[in-house]
Design a protein around this ligand. Sequence first.
Ligand code: ZN
Length: 111
Amino acid sequence: MAKTTLTDGSPVTADHREIDPQTGQQKAYVVLSEEERAKGFVEPERRTYVHLKCGRSTTMGPALAETYARDPLFYTGTFCAHCRSHFPVGPDGEFVWAGTDQKVGTRSSGA
Ligand SMILES: [Zn+2]
């Protein structure tokens, strides 16, 4: 099992999924640890994705982008900054990487 932390490198807390009513975002997000991310990326590091339902893009921080690059299947959902809510990723998910038709949460080789 790969080691995980919160985006700032601190230990994962039990309440990190609590939603901040001001922003709709979670209190904190889990990422692969810096050590795990340093093992190498299997996908390009991409920061921006598009929510297909609203057509708007969201840009995430480096720790999250590197976690997707290291393990494209790590997350089951992500945040849309326009809708201010979380929606599914993966082959049947609602997001593509900006400038591509590749779904977020999939491998570029398919699947
Ligand atoms: Zn949206």
